[in-house]
Design a protein around this ligand. Sequence first.
Ligand code: PLP
Length: 404
Amino acid sequence: MSQGFSTACLHGFKDFTTNKAHVLPIFASSSFMFDDLDHGISIFTKVEPGHVYSRYNNPTIQTVADKIAQLETLGTGVEASAFLTSSGMSAIYIVMQSLLKPGDTLLAQKKLYGGTTELFQKSLAPNGILILSMDLSNLVAVEEVLKNDNSIKAIYLETPSNPTLDIVDIGAIASIAKTFNVQTVVDNTFPTPYLQQPFLYGVDHIIHSTTKYLNGHGNSIAGAIVSRHNEWMQTTVWTQLKLIGATCNPFDAWLLYNGLKTLALRMDRHSSNAMAIAALLESHPEVGNVYYPGLKSNKGHDIASVQMPRGFGGMLSFELSRHLPAVKSFLKNIRLATQAPTLGDVDTLIMHPATSSHLNIPEEDRIREGVTDGLLRMSIGVEDTSDLLKDIQQALDKINPSIS
Ligand SMILES: *Cc1c(COP(=O)(O)O)cnc(C)c1O
């Protein structure tokens, strides 16, 4: 049949069904076609597997989500399913919104990623969900609170936590939660499943900001929801995800796919570099507190050694004793750490929480949380260990001992 130019531009592209690509293709297609009416109906009604519309799901996105579910469950005997979301924040929101209803209380760890605390206060609380924050390392207090308040339906935690790397005993919290029929949600962004598998301890749901270590290269924003409640995932969570439209996009999923391949290698190097740097910091006269769960002096070390058997990750923070003037000097002289408000990239990053993530928190509160003016948080990269050590040493040595 002869065609006009416009028609020829649009049609006859359909022969792309080869399936032998070695690397996962980016399915940049908003929709997927049906052979005929019956085929469409059976896919829409989930009688037959298939894709409909990329806000619902997409082959690139689902392949990567399935991989994360596999890594979180590997060797645990747990079966879980996963979805990728547009960000870590939307993953947290969708899970909490799917778990809780107005009148329910969420028991949240006191120290969390700043955005998470803000999300609970500004998005969940106005929806009628009560937020109760407490130190989850006090197990007796946690048990007491659960005993006295049966409106608590979920516990949310993060370990190691931002920015002082506090450790929560996941197994202890999950088992107390179970006695009171309360669901547990763990943000596993900092350790990744290579260093810590919350499902081993009976946790119900895991969320990730894949923006950080899972991607590892700082080139995409995305999140993941992983849950052992498979039926609930395919009904409640999937419905929320597709209706709110917080689905990931194929390109960001594909960037994440590339990063995941080297996760184990990267986490090993992040951990060994951070361990060496923590030891150097601990021995330097200009440094006060060093927060790294790998240090024997750290209060969470014993628990972390059990629940993070392969290493303690790449995040650490430390205090410069001469506070702001020392921080300014250190930041001016450090060469191999970039000042940027993210973490988990392959290169070393540094951040001053008091003037960034904690800027809007009252001074008294942030100091009580350990976020003093002298605190610096580092995301240690995979550079050569000796180069990082030399660089940090010279930046510390240049702090003028006459400032304060
Ligand atoms: C970054 C981060 C988040 C939020 O993730 P986004 O991808 O930025 O939305 C949540 N939790 C932790 C621990 C994070 O580091």
